[in-house]
Write a protein that binds this ligand. Structure first.
Ligand SMILES: *Cc1c(COP(=O)(O)O)cnc(C)c1O
Length: 351
């Protein structure tokens, strides 16, 4: 029996989450963002699952992620590459039928000179991260139209803050930009944008984290957990009141306590900021992490789960009890970082 931590990936739940988002905005096409190896869950398997569920548009960040995804999916589905083209990749873009997202004037010029295929245009509407300035529309309008883009897009800075004034500002700016391309589909919403209402959906939505069970949806949207992360108990022992636990003795026991140490640590992607704050679940019973997270080990208080606490038993650190965003919040981070941070020492197990 291996003591390596395991991540069970629930592909059918990823498909169910995609369908839940798709139902939210029935008039828009629902794409799937599978960058960073499908947020750590395996881009090829996730994408094949979603393609079977009816998804035909995918987004990755890097060219190399695009070529790998094309191999996994075969020809047919559209694959957008968010970070856009560089000169050395132009031929492969065509061979692999990848669609670059052009976000700078340099990329526009590069693509205009290339033996080009389809492209998307990404405008910055207020995030000041990546995207063409709307002024490019004024002075290079014809050039942009000549590219015959298949998608006009932008990205919200505050989609997860529904009341933030910037959402409305970006919506208005994007509506104006999209109106310059009346025959081209438009896309503004990532996962959180899908919860902001019909006005934000346009023709295509680009959910990522929601597919994997993250984000903070409204009560009417139920997302399923898509990964169960389990660690094995290596040792169960008792320690006395007044003793401390772990490196730097950051936790002192107030009473005699039964402890268990599990084979999981920051080398597996568990943030060190989760020391003294994360919770492991043993048969559904919460067992708080005591002391610091080590590279390969975490110690938990199993006083409330004495019967189940045996070496070899599995402790859930993500899953139906250890909910992704709640666990992430305990460590002061987000579901995004927790999922994409799971290292390759964690064995991925598929149904
Ligand atoms: C990552 C990304 C997405 C997906 O974002 P989520 O918040 O994970 O849904 C969509 N659009 C762009 C431009 C992105 O970079």
């Amino acid at each position: 029996m291996s003591s390596r931590p395991r991540a069970h990936i629930h592909l059918s739940s990823i498909a169910a989450n995609w369908q839940a988002i798709d139902r939210l905005n029935p008039t828009a096409t629902t794409a799937a963002v599978v960058k960073a190896d499908g947020y750590g869950l395996g881009a090829a398997k996730v994408s094949r699952t979603l393609a079977r569920a009816g998804c035909s548009t995918f987004f990755v960040a890097h060219f190399e992620e695009g070529t790998a995804l094309r191999q996994a999916l075969g020809f047919g589905p559209r694959i957008f590459v968010l970070n856009g083209p560089t000169g050395s990749h132009l031929r492969t873009y065509r061979e692999a039928d990848l669609t670059p997202v052009l976000s700078s004037e340099e990329q526009v010029e590069l693509w205009a000179r290339a033996p080009r295929g389809a492209c998307a245009l990404h405008f910055d509407t207020g995030m000041n991260r990546l995207g063409l300035s709307s002024s490019v529309l004024t002075h290079r309008r014809n050039e942009l139209h000549k590219l015959q883009p298949v998608l006009i897009m932008s990205h919200l800075a505050c989609g997860d803050l529904p009341d933030h004034a910037l959402n409305r500002v970006q919506l208005d700016r994007f509506t104006e930009i999209a109106s310059a391309f009346p025959d081209t589909p438009a896309s503004l919403a990532a996962s959180s944008g899908c919860y902001l209402g019909k006005a934000y959906a346009f023709d295509l939505t680009r959910p990522g984290i929601a597919l994997y069970g993250g984000s903070t949806p409204p009560e009417t949207v139920r997302l399923e957990p898509t990964v169960t992360l389990e660690a094995r108990i290596l040792s169960v022992f008792s320690a006395r009141a007044g003793e401390s636990v772990g490196y730097a003795a950051t936790h002192t026991l107030e009473q005699n306590t039964t402890l268990a140490t599990v084979a999981l640590g920051y080398a597996d992607g568990i943030p060190r900021s989760g020391g003294n704050t994360l919770i492991g679940y043993l048969d559904g019973t919460p067992c708080p992490v005591l002391g610091r997270i080590s590279m390969d080990l975490i110690t938990i208080d199993v006083s409330k789960a004495q019967a189940e606490a045996k070496s070899g038993a599995r402790v859930e650190f993500l899953g139906p009890h250890a909910k992704l965003e709640e666990q992430a919040a305990r460590a002061g981070t987000l579901g995004y970082e927790l999922l994409t941070g799971l290292s390759n020492r964690v064995e991925r197990v598929y149904p």
